[in-house]
Structure formats: structure tokens, C-alpha cells
Design a protein around this ligand. Structure first.
Ligand code: FEO
Ligand code: CA
Ligand code: CA
Ligand code: CA
Length: 726
């Protein structure tokens, strides 16, 4: 029996070897000025249980639901006491706020299942009815008790939907992950696939105390896992690129995994992303010899070279409880005479934006292929009544791109609660674009449509034969049109007042090294970690924002600036370009969301400043594109920066426990409860019996030295029941 090595995200972050930043001449060739002007199985049990949604435990509907409008005003300034940087093993919040741990790894969502026990880890199959691991993107949907559909005004009762990105295997299994005679034990693999995916949990909030709790016997509670059947929809549905022996016509696949940031639609569905999906697949060393040249190009561009082994080695399990086919599908090899007889295309069935209707327990989630396939981090929808919808999306790897999908259909508020049918209307038919940021603060959305901008069979990077090819290999299409290589695009959010779009660029150790700096990715510098390890590139990350030219969702040009630069407060002013102080300095912005009032919440997934502080969340009150000036960075790059911040408009609200990431953000509509995810506390621990963190046990018993660390959702409320950051 051997222990598995921990997995590190860095292993699959650097696959953009395209030379496209040096190919501006090619761009000019493809996109003439004239063109630019012109273009202005496991699930079965859950479904059976949920087939008739009848009753759920009593939840109180309150007058406060109708009265919440008084709480929706954006605060003039931030007045909570800023939280000091620290390395404690608890979640620290401002004075007058309290933390409730709502939903931890292994917590049961069905009354028939006992809760997690460190000394007696529950069976793999039971996790179909338990919280997954590594909680990530999240959204709150108010529940109308009468209609059993979304009601955006309800704070007393709702469905909280969240991603479970990946796993911390050291603490998930009784003695860490194991392998026996070259095979992962099936129970461990079932536990691991079940703790991936998405949770939908039914919660209620007390109108007086604001205390939030799980309604354990609700039939809305369910898990979507790495095994749940999913349908394809959109332009690649039925494409030969999606054909597998499971669905020879390319109509279906099983599961969603590595779900990172999230999105949500104005009609009341949840969008989950498939980020670092590629590492879950194995390929034989000689598989290239069975493939055509363009297939090899695509596999390489998405990071799956011949000879790759899979991150968790699910492909090595032997099926006794489940069908062997569920493990074989992780081997992406040519083994039969056609793609419809093997799993060579299995990786093409992941990397999509997935729509889940939390209120619809009958239908499969839908992979929306027209929105493109890449390491999807997050999405933010800009909604203007009577205009097409715009979905902004990041591809989180070094040097990857920012995309926008614009629906053909114009938003009609009558489609609210339209479920998957509304999804068919707005997410299947539309145009995919990729962003190019110019040095002068302007930018273009470049259309990724078959037959335009050189995207056809004659393309020298990849021979695109149709639009299904373009969306399936969107990265290659974006390379071909000269999109700007960014410093790892993570979350996107839309300012509710002015429609400006913000995107976190978390960091890039390669900026200024393999990727030259440019105005939109302007910093490359050195920093010491713990006075000994030298860190290089864009060490602390930044947040870019842009405004569509005519303020329309359909615009194909925009203006941009950099709202905020991560930095240590003591760094020189040509690195600490936003003027951060001890009350608001941070590194590696990742999660980010504007609440309905226009308060921006920022979360960090950092390893560059963790010698000084654990990861954190900040609140911000940003201005607008163009409120700052030009600047020159320490490496001599000209750029465009937003107005400097101060601690009345950027303040640290929370610091997490040891070795965690802070991610996922949602609020009830009355702004009195804020939900945050604490992902992988203690992730650097070497062994299950030597945890570096004991959170969440430490939150209520700081002396605890025995508990396993567990990812969890927390709820923060004010002790006086007031408005968060109000
Ligand atoms: Fe899963 Fe890009 O963070
Ligand atoms: Ca440092
Ligand atoms: Ca993230
Ligand atoms: Ca991250």
C-alpha cells in the first residue's frame, strides 16, 4: 500500500505555447481595419428520492422579505473595523460580526445518513448524500414556498448551490489515498468522484437572529457528482468530437468535475464551470501514433500529452460495485476502429459551462457547448432588458484568454423561472468572442465564428471544419486571431450600477519571462518569500476592468484600465501601484463578486504572501474605468491604472484559517447574511495523522489539536442582526 503524492494545480497551468503575442501581423492579416469597423448511475437514487417534491421542514416566511429594499443602498464608505493580517487557525471577522459553520465536508444532506466522523470515515457511496470537498463558487436562490421556484426577494428560505472543485485526499480517506498492486481501491475512487461536483442545499434564515441552518429533510437537497448523467446542448451537440462509446452520437456524458468559479442566469439557473478538467485523464505513451496530426495539436494545447498519467488515477480502479466502464472512461486512448467505440474523445466531453436548474430535480444538467471549451473559471452575465445577454468568462491558466458569449435572443424578463428551456434560448445560439487589449486602453472582442477571421480549414494553427470545432478547441481559435495572453483570468463580475466588467488576474510567475509584459499585464518583479524563496513575474496579481464602448452588451470594442494591483504594503510605489496599506494589502485575487448594492467582494487564493498572512476576503467600493491615470511599473512598462484606493473604499473583512483558500461568495437579498467558502484548510499537511490545521473545530475550540481539517461553507452575520458592511 503506497500513499499518493498530493496534486498541485501548477502542474497544468502552462499550456499556451502558441506564439500568438508575436503574431500581431497575422492578426492584421486576418482582421482588416475594415472588418473591425464593420463588426461593430449514482444519480439514479437521488432522482428517485426527489421525484416528487412534496414537503420540507417548516421555514418561516417573514415580513422582512418585503422590507429589504431599505438595505439595498450602496454604503458611502466602509466602516467595519478592518481585520489584521494573521496566521491563526480560525476565520477572523470584524468586531460585531459572527461566524457560523454551515456545511462541512461529509455533512449529511439526508436524515438517513449520520454525520461525518473523523474516526470512522463514511463509505464512498454515502457521499451521494453528503457534502463534497473543496467548496468553491456559490450562489443563493431565494425560494418561493408557493410556486417552489426562484424568488429573488426571499431571504428567509432558499437554495444554496455550490461547487466542490477537487479534493484534499490526505484527509478524505481513513489513512489518506492508497493504491494496492497498481490499483486505487474502488471505495476510495467512489468517495472521490462523489465529493466532486455540485451541492444544492435547502436553507432557512431566522428573521430575528439571522441564524442560517440546513433543512436536512428537504427533497431539494441533492448532489451532482463526477458521475451524474449530463446532456450536451448547443453547437457541438452531436459533433463527432464528442462521440464516445457511452454516447456514440455525442449527445451525453457522465459527470462534471473541477468546478471552480460559478455563474448564474437571470432566469434562475446555476452555471458551474469545468476548470482543470484535463488532468483527470490518462493517455498511453504510444497514443500519438494512433492519432491524426490535428488531434495531437488539440490534445497538446489542452495539456494532455501522450504518456500523461491521471491526477487521481481513477482509471486504475477495478469495478466490483460500479461498472468497469466508469473507470475506463478516464483513459483517453484510441483502442478501437472508431471514436464511437472507445474513450479517445472523453476529454472533449469536459471543459464546458454546465447549466443546473436547482429547482428542477427531474432533468439532467446541460453542458452548454456554444460558450466554448477551456479551463472555465467563472462567468458573469450582464443583463439589460431588451438587449442580448453577455456572459463574460475567464480561462484560468498562464497566458490564457478572456471570452464573451453574446446570446442571439434579447432578454425578456418573462423568461424568469424558464429553466432549461430558457437556457436553450439564451445559451445555445449566440456568438463567442475573445478579448484583445491594446496598449492605449482600447480593446476589441474578436469573433470566433467559422468562416471569419481565418477560422476555417486553411487555418495554419488548426484546420477548423465547422463551428463545433471552434467551440471545442476555442483556445486554438483564440490563438489564431491574436487574443491577449493574460495573467490567469479567474472570476468575472459586472458592476450593478454602470455595467462595467471586472476580471481577476490572479498572478503569473512567467510574466516578463516567457510572456513579455504588456499594458494590460504590466508587472514583472521579484519578491522574497519568508526572506529566502525568490518569487518572480506578476507575483501578486491584479484586477482589470472594462467598459463596452457604447455601453451595449453587443459592442465589439471596449475601454479598459487596471482597477487594483495586489501587493505588499511595503513594496515600492511602482509595484504597489494602488497604494495599498496594512488595512487592505493582499495577494492573488481570485473569487470576486459585486453584491446587489455595488459592494465588491474580493477573495484570495494565495501562496506568495502566506509567509505573513493566511488568505483573506476584502470589501471594496470601486469607482469607474478611467478614474485614474497612466503609470510606469518597476519594470518600465507603461500602463493605465484606476484611482488609488484608501481604507474607506478597500478594507480587509476576513482572514481564513491556515493553508486555506477563500472562495465562493453569496448573500441573501436582504444583505444580512453572507456565505463564504473555506477551501482546503491544512492543504500542505504531509499525512492524515499530522494535520497542519484543525479548522473548523478550532473556530469554536481554539485548543483543539486533534480534528481533521475540512472544507466548509460559513455564514457571517452581524451580532445586532444588521446589514453586512452597511
Ligand atoms: Fe480553481 Fe482558477 O481556481
Ligand atoms: Ca514577500
Ligand atoms: Ca479560483
Ligand atoms: Ca486560483
Amino acid at each position: 500500500m503506497t500513499e499518493q503524492m498530493p496534486y498541485h494545480e501548477e502542474q497544468e497551468l502552462n499550456n499556451n505555447t502558441s506564439s500568438n503575442t508575436h503574431f500581431n501581423d497575422i492578426l492584421d492579416h486576418y482582421i482588416s481595419r475594415r472588418d473591425l469597423i464593420k463588426k461593430t448511475t449514482n444519480g439514479a437514487i437521488a432522482l428517485a428520492l426527489a421525484s416528487s417534491v412534496t414537503g420540507y421542514a417548516n421555514a418561516q416566511s417573514t415580513k422582512s422579505d418585503q422590507q429589504h429594499s431599505s438595505q439595498t443602498k450602496r454604503p458611502e464608505k466602509l466602516t467595519f473595523q478592518p481585520v489584521a493580517k494573521n496566521k491563526k487557525d480560525i476565520v477572523t471577522v470584524p468586531e460585531g460580526y459572527q461566524v457560523n459553520v454551515l456545511y462541512k465536508l461529509g455533512d449529511a444532506i439526508h436524515p438517513a445518513y449520520a454525520d461525518w466522523d473523523d474516526q470512522n470515515i463514511p463509505s464512498g457511496p454515502s457521499f451521494q448524500f453528503r457534502s463534497g470537498d473543496c467548496h468553491d463558487g456559490m450562489h443563493y436562490f431565494g425560494l418561493n414556498k408557493k410556486t417552489k421556484h426562484m424568488d429573488e426577494s426571499v431571504s428567509s428560505e432558499g437554495l444554496l448551490v455550490m461547487n466542490h472543485e477537487y479534493i484534499n485526499p490526505t484527509f478524505l480517506h481513513p489513512k489518506g489515498p492508497t493504491k494496492i498492486d497498481g490499483h486505487r481501491p474502488e471505495d476510495e475512487v467512489i468517495r472521490e468522484t462523489n465529493v466532486h461536483g455540485v451541492s444544492i442545499i435547502h436553507i432557512k434564515k431566522d428573521p430575528i437572529t439571522q441564524h442560517v441552518s440546513l433543512i436536512k429533510d428537504s427533497l431539494f437537497n441533492r448532489r451532482i457528482t463526477a458521475t451524474t448523467p449530463m446532456d450536451f446542448s448547443g453547437v457541438a451537440k452531436g459533433s463527432e468530437r464528442l462521440a464516445t462509446v457511452f454516447s456514440p452520437k455525442g449527445l451525453k456524458t457522465r459527470g462534471t468535475h473541477n468546478n471552480c468559479g460559478n455563474g448564474y442566469t437571470p432566469w434562475g439557473t446555476y452555471l458551474t464551470t469545468e476548470e482543470n478538467f484535463i488532468g483527470y485523464f490518462q493517455r498511453n505513451a504510444n497514443d500519438d501514433q494512433q492519432r491524426q496530426a490535428h488531434e495531437i495539436v488539440a490534445l497538446k494545447r489542452y495539456g494532455l500529452k501522450a504518456g500523461s498519467s491521471s491526477k487521481y488515477e481513477w482509471d486504475t480502479a477495478i469495478g466490483h460495485v460500479q461498472s468497469q466502464d466508469l473507470y475506463d472512461r478516464w483513459k483517453a486512448n484510441v483502442t478501437q476502429s472508431s471514436a464511437s467505440e472507445d474513450y479517445r474523445n472523453s476529454p472533449n466531453t469536459f471543459g464546458w459551462m454546465v447549466e443546473i436548474d436547482p429547482f428542477d430535480v427531474k432533468h439532467n444538467p446541460v453542458k452548454r457547448t456554444s460558450m466554448g471549451r477551456f479551463a472555465h473559471e467563472d462567468s458573469a452575465c450582464r443583463v439589460v432588458e431588451g438587449e442580448p445577454l453577455a456572459f463574460y468568462m475567464g480561462d484560468d491558466s498562464k497566458g490564457e484568454y478572456i471570452y464573451k458569449f453574446v446570446s442571439d435572443a434579447k432578454w425578456n424578463v418573462k423568461d424568469t423561472n424558464g429553466g432549461y428551456q430558457a437556457g436553450d434560448k439564451y445559451l445555445d445560439k449566440g456568438t463567442l468572442y475573445v478579448a484583445k487589449f491594446n496598449q492605449d486602453g482600447s480593446g476589441q472582442w474578436i469573433e470566433l465564428t467559422y468562416g471569419k477571421n481565418g477560422l476555417d480549414l486553411t487555418n495554419p494553427i488548426y484546420p477548423f471544419s465547422d463551428q463545433a470545432d471552434i467551440v471545442t478547441f476555442a483556445r486554438l481559435a483564440a490563438d489564431s486571431v491574436g487574443a491577449t495572453k493574460m495573467d490567469r483570468p479567474e472570476w468575472c463580475t459586472v458592476h450593478p450600477e454602470n455595467g462595467e466588467v471586472y476580471v481577476t488576474l490572479t498572478n503569473n510567475s512567467n510574466r516578463g519571462i516567457e510572456y513579455p509584459t504588456d499594458a494590460a499585464n504590466p508587472r514583472s518583479y521579484e519578491d522574497l518569500y519568508a526572506d529566502k524563496k525568490l518569487q518572480k513575474g506578476n507575483v501578486n496579481g491584479h484586477i482589470i476592468r472594462f467598459k463596452e464602448k457604447n455601453n451595449k452588451t453587443t459592442d465589439t470594442t471596449f475601454e479598459w484600465d487596471i482597477y487594483l494591483f495586489g501587493a505588499e504594503s511595503a513594496m515600492p510605489s511602482n509595484i504597489n501601484l494602488s497604494g495599498l496599506t496594512d488595512n487592505n494589502d493582499f495577494s492573488s485575487p481570485d473569487g470576486m463578486w459585486f453584491d446587489s448594492r455595488g459592494v465588491l467582494w474580493l477573495e484570495t487564493d494565495d501562496s506568495a504572501y502566506t509567509d505573513v498572512t493566511n488568505c483573506m476576503m476584502l470589501a471594496a467600493l470601486p469607482g469607474h474605468v478611467g478614474d485614474g491615470t497612466t503609470a510606469t511599473t518597476s519594470n518600465g512598462q507603461e500602463t493605465i491604472v484606476g484611482a488609488k484606493v484608501n481604507d474607506e473604499n478597500l478594507r480587509r473583512f476576513l482572514v481564513g484559517p491556515k493553508e486555506c483558500e477563500i472562495t465562493g461568495i453569496a448573500m441573501t437579498p436582504d444583505n444580512k447574511a453572507i456565505f463564504v467558502n473555506i477551501q482546503h484548510p491544512g492543504e500542505e499537511s504531509k499525512s492524515f495523522d499530522q494535520p497542519n490545521s484543525h479548522w473548523p473545530a478550532t473556530q469554536f475550540d481554539p485548543t483543539n489539536t486533534t480534528a481533521r481539517p475540512r472544507s466548509a461553507t460559513i455564514v457571517i452575520t452581524r451580532t445586532d442582526g444588521g446589514t453586512i458592511a452597511g
